[in-house]
Design a protein around this ligand. Sequence first.
Ligand code: NAP
Length: 250
Amino acid sequence: MTLLVIGAGGYLGGELLRRAPEAAAPSSIELDVRDEAALFDFFTRTGPRAVVNAAYRRGDRASTCDGAIHVARAASVVGARLVHVSTDLVFDGEKGSPYVEEDDPAPVSDYGRDKADAERGVLDVYPDAAVVRTSLIYGGPEPGPQERMAADPDGAFFTDEYRCPVQVGDLAAALLELASSAHAGLLHVAGADSVSRHQLAELLSGGPVRAASQADAAEARPRDCSLSIERARSLLRTPLRGVREVLNAP
Ligand SMILES: NC(=O)c1ccc[n+]([C@@H]2O[C@H](COP(=O)([O-])OP(=O)(O)OC[C@H]3O[C@@H](n4cnc5c(N)ncnc54)[C@H](OP(=O)(O)O)[C@@H]3O)[C@@H](O)[C@H]2O)c1
């Protein structure tokens, strides 16, 4: 086996498979990352050369954090190249300028904590792994979560929460490029434009959407998790386009 995609049934995983149709893509039932013994068995039987782990489940630390560490351990035992997918939400959004790879995580949500602990655990057990922090994913052939939210007439979008949305094809191409590289450690792979959730929803829907403020949210949310992609741009051939360029917007 050359490439294994974990989480292939998901939004990003589906795009990885469109771009690497030869990859092995077990479902979450065939290969559950919470089951470390089953993972070891699968990895030793099939011997993947490279693995992209795009699996997670919101609210399930056993999948998002423990499962990610199980995958890293199994990959390190068989010597498979590992690219693990993380998130900009490991940060608290208070820096005031784009986050670089050296900035310390300070998550404000359970999801952010699970992902931050997963990153640390993955690199502890497999320092040669690449851990990719990304941002809101959009732009697949079928409407994804961002497009569906933007099309919801009852939706309201924060004008005071900033992210660097990434087109799913750009992200998948970058992850596959990293799978055949030797880059070890953290890397920020996101879109070039920092936009508010409100700006993103208007760009995706192509018309006006209702505005909201983080002050209206029930839970604490990071204000500005924009990522610096300087390092990725110097390492990768894959272009990381901003959402305005992708959507042909001014
Ligand atoms: N979407 C975004 O905007 C965004 C932003 C930043 C970072 N990320 C990160 O990007 C990655 C991919 O996100 P996504 O939006 O593509 O997620 P998604 O659409 O929810 O897909 C997640 C996949 O993980 C699988 N999975 C869940 N628990 C599993 C388990 N225990 N064992 C094996 N597989 C399991 C799911 O299986 P089922 O098919 O059974 O559900 C699904 O196929 C994640 O690491 C996420 O944290 C996403």
